[in-house]
Design a protein around this ligand. Structure first.
Ligand SMILES: Cc1cc2nc3c(=O)[nH]c(=O)nc-3n(C[C@H](O)[C@H](O)[C@H](O)COP(=O)(O)OP(=O)(O)OC[C@H]3O[C@@H](n4cnc5c(N)ncnc54)[C@H](O)[C@@H]3O)c2cc1C
Length: 265
């Protein structure tokens, strides 16, 4: 990616709404952003178009066959008691991946929820023309413009378990930091406040590949980069399902890395 150092004046020439106090920056000319909501919609439409059978149900339990020499994942049971049998199960349930009933302890992904709050705003004039990231009193804040006039301000990072309350403090922190970077932020229409949960792993790296239970593949733990890493994760997991082998670039993210740490500790 191209990286160009900028003075404060360069920054304001590119983004006139930046605060006069901004002393410098770097321009990543090849950086882009997408709208995750539209991305998921497009992905579902594309999958349906090529014949994927999408079932929107809650998986209540992993089915495990114990008939042979070793236990093996065999599908999932749904909330209504029905079952979907499968030779391989991919567990990709975000920060809830560690809580699926029926998964043996040694195959359970060690994921935790990391709360993030964001603000959605609307501007009737071009507020910023590209993603602006800044560090304000040690914490990072970003402002992302969408093509339809939406402006997203993010994001807090909070270790509060499964709490998804939008807090006054979270909104204040985001507005305060965004205002320091781009003073016009507080003039924008505030249209939505959201809190959601990222799936964090012990080293905050993804957890990809065969688990300790044969037939159970994990694709989780993407923490702050799950949208960015969607294509590479899909390619790696598809190749694993097709060939039985995780490509080399995926091996550092094997779920088994946490077990070897336990053994050597
Ligand atoms: C505020 C915020 C800002 C972010 N910003 C960025 C960013 O700029 N760039 C980026 O790349 N990433 C970003 N992320 C991170 C990104 O959203 C996550 O890494 C990504 O969503 C993880 O994808 P996932 O599919 O593993 O989990 P999730 O998106 O959490 O999806 C898991 C799904 O599994 C479902 N589920 C759970 N349990 C079950 C069950 N038993 N049965 C059936 N379904 C189940 C859930 O309902 C959910 O739909 C951000 C996250 C937050 C919260």
């Amino acid at each position: 990616m191209r990286v160009e150092r900028l003075t404060g004046r360069d920054c304001r020439r590119l983004e006139p709404m930046l605060a006069p106090g901004v002393r410098g920056g770097v321009l990543l000319g090849d950086d882009h952003s997408i709208d995750p909501r539209r991305f998921v919609g497009a992905l579902l439409a594309a999958a349906t178009h090529v014949g994927v059978d999408v079932r929107r149900d809650h998986a209540s339990r992993l089915l495990v066959d114990n008939d042979g020499h070793e236990a093996r994942a065999a599908g999932v049971a749904l909330g209504d008691g029905s079952e979907i049998r499968a030779g391989t199960v991919v567990l990709a349930a975000g920060c809830w991946s560690g809580g699926l009933a029926g998964v043996p302890e040694n195959a359970r992904p060690p994921v935790r929820p990391v709360k993030g709050q964001i603000l959605r705003m609307r501007s009737s004039y071009p507020f910023v023309t590209r993603t602006v990231r800044g560090v304000v009193r040690g914490s990072t804040v970003y402002v992302v413009p969408r093509s339809d006039g939406e402006i997203v301000v993010g994001a807090t990072s909070e270790e509060l378990g499964f709490d998804t309350t939008v807090s006054a403090g979270g909104v204040y922190e985001l507005l305060r930091d965004a205002h320091e970077l781009l003073p016009g932020t507080t003039e924008l229409e505030l249209t939505e406040t959201t809190a959601a949960l990222r799936p964090g792993s012990p080293d905050n790296m993804p957890i990809l590949g065969e688990s300790a239970l044969p037939g159970l593949v994990l694709a989780t733990g993407h923490y702050r980069s799950g949208v960015l890493l969607t294509p590479v994760t899909a390619d790696l997991i598809a190749e694993l399902l097709e060939t039985g082998t995780l490509p080399n670039i995926g091996t550092p993210f094997s779920p088994l890395r946490f077990h070897s740490e336990e053994v050597s500790a």
